[in-house]
Design a protein around this ligand. Structure first.
Ligand code: AN7
Length: 360
């Protein structure tokens, strides 16, 4: 079967689609799982529920091959690693980077080593690293300590680091901004997204600027980044030793792309704020119930931030807002079950018993 015809024709991943903006040549061996091309979903019921008179769209990055935005950067980082002959890639991760690295390494037929903060990685993400066959090491410490070890491992020259300190990660991730502009016909007025290691806010802003410079869009958005209150080094102005949040993805105390985040916010006249775990979980559940969109807790941070901005009347009516939903809700089933706060009702396998259980 020719995979370039029939059902498989069309989308061939972000490197194929946006190669003119990426550091690739005809010689680059493209390692892809056909990531990108994610839906930009309008969510008017959620906007109404929070009293926002805006046009709100969610860039649903949980619909990538490993269910997070990380695949955009990983396709490029792994392709470039293979191009230069690397045999082993390595990363530290709160879970999504490791899931993505493990998948793309499997796809490329190379080895992958992931360092995870012990006890603080959501179940779905751990399952991914293990099933894709990555050498998985739980480190007794947080993400920041694990990233320091990975940086040192990189200096040995024996492995290729695929954390976002690898510039190809940022290059690949900027394609999300291209897709948003292509879908809307221009940049939105505001772009809201969660901030952990700060690679994604850096990447999206780079994407908007490059598209604008190439005259593919006429405007630039204001970048609004959101950290979890217990893990908000950029907002608080100093690294956090023991970051805490229900949103384990963004439990990061010393972001690698701190400077990139600060520049994005300053250059775009945006801001970085912090939201509490309660605010995150409220937005998380409200989104699921008003729109049927299930994201992981970290992705709800920008929605919690939007709720706050609307209350403070900081968003002009009629604004076009995009919020990045960075990861799928199924990544972290434990939190969903806990937050829902109910267990299934029980019934005998009879009509009467089920009718009694549901009160119908
Ligand atoms: C769902 O996987 O850092 O600010 O090691 O998984 O670019 O770090 C994950 C980060 C937001 C923050 N939402 O993005 C990792 C990791 C989700 C995430 C972020 C992450 P950055």
């Amino acid at each position: 079967m020719n995979v370039n015809t029939g059902k498989a024709a069309g989308w061939r991943g972000v490197i194929d689609r946006y190669s003119e903006f990426l550091p690739v040549t005809d010689q680059t061996p493209v390692v892809t799982l056909l990531e990108g091309n994610t839906p930009l979903v309008p969510v008017p019921r959620f906007a109404a529920a929070i009293g926002a008179k805006v046009e709100l769209f969610l860039k649903c990055e949980g619909l990538n091959p490993t269910c997070s935005f990380k695949d955009r950067g990983m396709t490029l980082a792994v392709s470039k690693a293979v191009e230069k002959g690397a045999q082993v890639i390595v990363c530290a991760s709160t879970g999504n980077t490791s899931a993505s690295a493990a998948a793309y390494a499997a796809r490329a037929g190379i080895k992958c080593v992931v360092l995870l903060p012990e006890g603080n990685v959501a179940l779905g993400k751990l399952a991914q690293a293990l099933i894709y066959g990555a050498e998985t090491v739980e480190v007794r410490g947080g993400f920041d300590a694990a990233l320091n070890i990975v940086r040192e491992l990189g200096l040995t020259g024996l492995v290729e680091v695929v954390n976002s300190v690898n510039p190809y990660r940022i290059e690949g991730q900027k394609t999300a901004a291209f897709e948003i502009c292509d879908a809307l016909g221009d940049a939105p007025d505001f772009h809201f997204l969660p901030v952990g290691n700060a690679g994604n806010i850096t990447a999206n802003w780079k994407g908007y600027r490059e598209y604008h410079a190439a005259e593919k869009s006429d405007t630039l958005p204001k970048m609004f980044g959101w950290q979890a209150a217990g893990a908000a080094p950029i907002v608080d102005g100093h690294p956090i030793d023991n970051p805490q949040s229900v949103a384990t993805a963004i439990r990061i105390g010393n972001p690698a792309s701190w400077q990139g985040a600060t520049s994005a916010v300053q250059e775009s006249a945006g801001s970085i704020g912090k939201v509490s775990d309660d605010e995150i979980l409220h937005a998380y559940q409200l989104l699921a119930r008003t729109e049927g969109v299930f994201v992981e807790p970290a992705s709800a941070a920008p929605l919690a931030g939007l709720i706050r901005c609307v209350k403070l009347d900081q968003i002009p009516a009629g604004s076009i807002i995009v919020a990045t939903m960075t990861g799928h809700g199924l990544k972290d089933p434990d939190i969903a079950i806990k937050q829902a706060g109910v267990t299934p009702k029980r019934a005998e396998a009879t009509l009467e018993s089920v009718r009694a259980a549901i009160g119908l």
